[in-house]
Ligand binder design. Structure first.
Ligand SMILES: [Zn+2]
Ligand SMILES: [Zn+2]
Length: 296
């Protein structure tokens, strides 16, 4: 525990954490190191501490219960961005959560956050609502997107390749072997396709098929030829059109699309319409016999 006046890290001096009623200093170095890590992650320009150590007398005086602040394990603070503007607490909280080093994280008022280094338990608070834990994932709870946090963290999004795996069931041969990306096409000897199964190794997709002289079957998103409900699209009747939509995960930008074709018709992107696209691949009334897909 640090109890003297000194610079602890590049951006934090121990006196910033002193008790505002008696001036005594008591702050844990590990907590301050973690606050410095968060400072770097946010590309912050400054961090103002409104309350660090609170001696027991003071904490009880202001309605507390001599908790973490009285142990020198907590700080209430506000981080500022490079332009000197306050970084909203929900952003700071998501960045702190991603950093994964704070046992206690709470929103105080939309600007200030409570950070603590409590031992043996976690606290995920929203203090205007009380002193319990209120969330497990702050992105969902506070309605924050990864993109909003990246404005501050400037973290690169991976533009990794997404692989798609697929197979078709034909009238004549049953389920054919799996095809990866454009290494081959799915289909054989122009036998009509009656089932389609597709999966990706990053993100997710939904797909459906249209029955020749019939209707669209429900969307599915699974990949299991033994699961007739959600494992593949098709019901044994001949397929003439296929629609696929790729959902790009937060970890990948720019957004990607499913690019796919049936027989020798033009490529279709997701469920787009216009520019020669119909929203699906294939042609109503014409047997689908070849299928190819890639995620780009
Ligand atoms: Zn005091
Ligand atoms: Zn606090």
């Amino acid at each position: 525990m640090i109890t003297d006046s000194r610079q602890i890290t590049e951006h934090f001096h121990s006196t910033e954490f002193k008790c505002q009623h008696c001036g005594r200093i008591k702050i844990e170095e590990e907590l301050v190191n973690k606050m410095e890590q968060l400072f770097a992650k946010l590309h912050a320009s400054k961090c103002i501490i409104s309350s660090g150590y609170r001696c027991k007398d003071y904490d009880i005086q202001i309605g507390g219960f001599a908790g973490r602040h009285s142990e020198g394990l907590a700080a209430d603070c506000v981080y500022y961005d490079e332009d000197g503007n306050i970084i909203p607490s929900k952003i700071v909280i998501c960045a702190a959560y991603d950093l994964g080093v704070f046992n206690g994280i709470a929103n105080i008022d939309g600007n200030y956050v409570h950070l603590d280094n409590r031992k043996g338990s976690t606290y995920r608070g929203d203090e205007p609502k009380g002193n319990s834990s209120y969330w497990t994932n702050p992105y969902a709870y506070f309605g924050v997107s990864k993109d909003e946090v990246r404005i501050y963290t400037k973290e690169e999004v991976s533009n990794s390749d997404v692989n798609v795996y697929y197979r078709v069931q034909t009238q004549k041969h049953g389920w054919l072997p799996e095809v990866k990306n454009l290494e081959d096409y799915a289909g054989w000897e122009d036998s009509p396709i009656i089932g389609v199964a597709i999966k990706v190794d990053n993100g997710s997709l939904k797909y459906r098929v249209h029955i020749k002289d019939g209707e669209w079957l429900p969307y599915v998103n699974g990949y299991n030829i033994n699961d007739i409900i959600n494992g593949y699209a098709g019901d044994g009747r001949v397929i003439d059109a296929i629609e696929v939509y790729y959902n790009t995960p937060d970890s990948i930008r720019p957004y990607k699309k499913a690019k796919y074709k049936v027989n020798s018709y033009d490529w279709q992107y997701d469920n787009e319409k216009g520019n020669g696209q119909d929203g699906y691949a294939g042609a109503f009334g014409v047997n689908a016999t070849k299928f190819q897909i890639v995620i780009e």
